[in-house]
Design a protein. Structure first.
Length: 603
């Protein structure tokens, strides 16, 4: 709907979804008593409109959320069932009477990267509408480059606009006057470095150039914007290529000259000519017909500077081939046969000495495709005795362990069905708090938590690990595990007396109860994550060795049991695929140099 169009009072929510293939996002804010609550959005491939019932009508505020309009196209995710606890705000937002409020609220998280993010809160009248809207918005935000590169709204060769210039184009298209025109002052403001060049580029496009003028929206098409940018930022190297390949006296390359450019200039000479043969004339002609906007030139086998630039911006020249964007690997091999997208110190938003910790980081990394996250757990020092996550012996802030588990459960499988690995670095020496940790995992993850090994893959010597396909939608825990020997006498010994025989790695020791409770001067024998670093002083902000695992935490561990690495020969003899050892980079490179074959074959 146009921005200036009058809107009637609506008693019910309006949700319109139709395929329109528009590469743009329109957002308006309702000026109501509860700010930052509801907007109208038009997103790629769908039109969705939510209207808020308000006795005084609806006012549009054009100047708000301008950054969101463009940043949504870069990165965003939808997190449902998150709401403010303020009772006044809840009462103010409690529109409609179908379903609980928290089930009708949506939070859109957006920003240029994983750390610098903002939140946009929306509320629907019905739970089903909120759920549908979340799915639509999430699908649009998660579209792969291959999907968006096939968008019909742009001519061939314009796909780069969606990724490179859509932010500025969208911003200009949305910031319009009440008459629906684009003020030129916005263009001058967007490209403020050289006003004279902007004026010249506008004149070259036959557009008005006065700062006080405006342009009808229908005249400012993607093609016009592309021509404007080409005039604003000329590419003299393109002219050099044309001259080099024989187009000195004519504004085009012939099909033979284009073929020479592709085969001699672009093609990697190291490629095998049988597997990757040079392009033939008929193949080059297909490219010319695809990218040359002038049909008469294309039919003659000629490509202009404009068509040549479109070709350079097309999918054939992408950094990543479009076919590589689809999942086409065999996911039926044992889990240990894969490189796993992992996150270290997941909770940190900045440096590991004084950076802030954030629960939101777990959502962000999972939504970006990460399948393994780290949880550095410490004993909580509050009266509630709630375990926390932080980087030990540093000035980093603490976050709630329970909230992290809730965030993981919320976003674990939104972007991928393959298993999540939780790498616990457990420094909690309180049996009560470890029991809480285990209980939170069981209750919050529910059936997604893999509590027992699969029947086809028992924890026995010689049995491989299950595959990612076997473990789809499952969460696995990596944490130190009590040995059977130590568990037999656990009732007769005090917790602190079982240090020497509690772990599978019997030489592990206790650490202080919290990051600031004492010195960590004892080295852990488990080569886990930061072991080499743990040998260094506390000035480096290291966390020391881990605490012993209780029965409750041990019961969560099955296919990922950390053990002390002794040698490749011993590991091969034991042949227990569920045992794993971690190496820091220096130790890993050392082993790779000494025993490259054994390192690669290490299960």
């Amino acid at each position: 709907m146009p921005q200036h169009e009058a809107r009637p009072h609506l008693k019910n929510s309006e949700c319109v979804c139709e395929s329109n293939r528009k590469i743009q996002i329109r957002i308006r804010k309702f000026a109501i008593a509860a700010p930052n609550v509801l907007r109208f959005l038009e997103i790629p491939s769908f039109k969705v409109c939510f209207c808020f019932q308000h006795p005084d009508g609806i006012d549009w505020v054009d100047s708000l959320e301008r950054n969101l309009k463009t940043q949504l196209s870069d990165k965003y995710h939808v997190a449902s069932k998150r709401h403010k606890e303020d009772p006044k705000l809840r009462e103010l937002l409690d529109v409609g009477n179908i379903g609980r409020l928290e089930h009708r609220m949506i939070t859109v998280v957006y920003g240029p990267d994983l750390v610098n993010i903002s939140h946009l809160n929306l509320v629907a009248f019905q739970e089903e509408v909120a759920k549908s809207f979340s799915c639509i918005l999430f699908f649009s935000g998660g579209a792969t480059q291959k999907q968006t590169s096939q968008c019909e709204s742009y001519p061939d060769g314009m796909q780069y606009l969606f990724f490179g210039f859509v932010n500025s184009y969208t911003k200009l298209k949305l910031q319009v006057t009440p008459e629906g025109r684009i003020p030129l002052k916005n263009i001058y403001r967007l490209f403020s470095a050289d006003r004279k060049r902007v004026e010249t580029a506008l004149e070259a496009c036959s557009l008005p150039s006065s700062r006080n003028d405006s342009i009808p929206q229908e005249d400012f098409t993607p093609d016009v914007y592309r021509v404007f940018l080409n005039n604003l930022c000329p590419r003299p190297e393109i002219d050099n290529i044309f001259s080099e390949f024989g187009a000195k006296s004519k504004p085009y390359l012939t099909v033979d000259q284009m073929m020479d450019f592709i085969n001699l200039k672009q093609r990697d000479p190291r490629l095998n000519e049988i597997l990757y043969p040079p392009l033939k004339q008929e193949q080059v002609q297909v490219l010319i017909e695809k990218y040359e906007p002038n049909n008469s030139l294309a039919k003659k086998g000629q490509i202009s500077v404009d068509g040549f630039m479109r070709y350079l911006s097309g999918e054939e020249n992408g950094v990543v081939s479009p076919e590589k964007l689809d999942l086409n690997e065999d996911m039926s091999q044992p889990l240990s046969h894969y490189f796993i997208n992992s996150s270290h110190n997941t909770y940190l938003t900045a440096g590991q000495l004084a950076g802030n910790s954030s629960v939101e980081m777990y959502r962000q990394v999972l939504l970006s495709g990460c399948r393994c996250v780290e949880l550095d757990c410490w004993k909580g020092r509050t009266a509630e005795e709630e375990p926390v996550i932080t980087h030990g012996f540093t000035m980093t802030t603490e976050i709630s362990f329970k909230e992290v588990i809730e965030a993981i459960a919320e976003c674990a499988f939104k972007t991928s069905p393959f298993p999540i690995l939780l790498s616990f670095e457990n420094h909690v020496d309180s049996p009560k708090q470890q029991a809480k940790m285990a209980e939170y995992c069981r209750l919050i993850f529910g059936d997604a938590l893999l509590m027992e090994p699969l029947e086809k893959y028992p924890l026995e010597s010689g049995v491989p690990l299950p595959s990612p396909m076997d473990l789809m939608y499952k969460i696995l825990v990596k944490n130190k595990k009590k040995s059977h020997k130590s568990s037999e006498g656990s009732g007769k010994k005090k917790l602190s007396e079982q240090v020497s025989n509690t772990y599978s790695d019997s030489s592990s020791v206790f650490e202080p109860s919290s990051p600031g409770a004492g010195e960590a001067d004892t080295e852990s024998d488990d080569d886990d994550d930061d072991d080499d670093c743990k040998k260094s002083s506390m000035d480096e902000g290291t966390a020391g060795s881990e605490a012993m695992a209780t029965e409750e935490m041990s019961n969560l561990v099955n296919y990922i049991q950390p053990v002390k690495f002794e040698s490749f020969e011993i590991s091969k003899k034991r042949n227990k695929s569920f045992e794993m050892s971690s190496f820091v980079e220096t130790k890993g490179l050392e082993q790779l140099t000494k025993s490259p074959v054994e390192f690669v074959e290490y299960p």
